[in-house]
Design a binder for this molecule. Sequence first.
Ligand SMILES: [Zn+2]
Length: 328
Amino acid sequence: MRLSAAGAVMDTIEIDPAGEREALVAPALVTLGPADAAVNGSGGPRALRATQRSDTTPTEPWTPGREFVGRVAEPPADRPDLAGARVVADPDRVCGACDRCRSGLSAHCTERATMGAPRADGALRERLALPATGLVPVPDELRDDDAALALPVARALHAAWVVHLEGRPYVTVLGAGAEAVIAAQVMARLNASVRIVTEHDATLAAADRLRVRHRRLERVGRRGDQDVIVCVDSGAESLAVACAMVRPRGKIVTLAPASGPVALAPIVEHEITIVGCRGVRLREAVGALARGEIACDGLITHRFPFHRADAAVRAAADPGTLRVAVEM
Ligand SMILES: [Zn+2]
């Protein structure tokens, strides 16, 4: 399965041989959201630099898919314990050797590549070679449908940790998609008053089913009274709305890069702190899902077999979907 500016097409892909410390993993279920269907996705600092260097060169087609659950087909020699294990994976590949990796900032590795983005193929293929250190075993009681969504749970857990959410009375998750419904549940574990604010119908319906508090955007006053806003959408207008909703000296945590220029005046005027967030806490996410603390029922809105993965990618871009599952 390949995606490019020309669209999604099925294709035969050569399987990477596993490196010395890598496992060969067979994906079982891959979930796709709108970000996976975007043809301008970033593959990390290296891909970003390459894109900046050659703006006129079309990006080579790539294989989407960051969220998946699969089985280890061949473990590396030093990890026989992983043989046959059901696993989820950190989508970031890091070098382990640069200054940042050696100083404990490996999530910000200068050579980092994120799978499922240009120049780093993702999980929509029969086998993929992944570093054994990035694999997290999944307990038997966790269904594939829930395990595949460990990544958005892991991102929300990291965001809650970054912003020290405990003891902040009013928290709004601003934006749409499975990300919003999952982030609101993660934040609600730490805080009593958490709501989703969006105009996205499918998100409001899912929040309603899962008993997550929610309000339609047009019905919410912009009173500058929220302690924390968690932005899950990438639009610059989303950040402008967040600035109008957050209290003076409040915090905005943004989980997606702003796609346009951001007005700095309200940020200075009200001494707002903006925190960017992209890390994951995958092991904690698998634990929270296995304990039933995060409900994902109904977040997968469409299903496709692997031979129709091209149609699945197109469906993931549809505004009526939350997550599209591909059964491998
Ligand atoms: Zn590194």
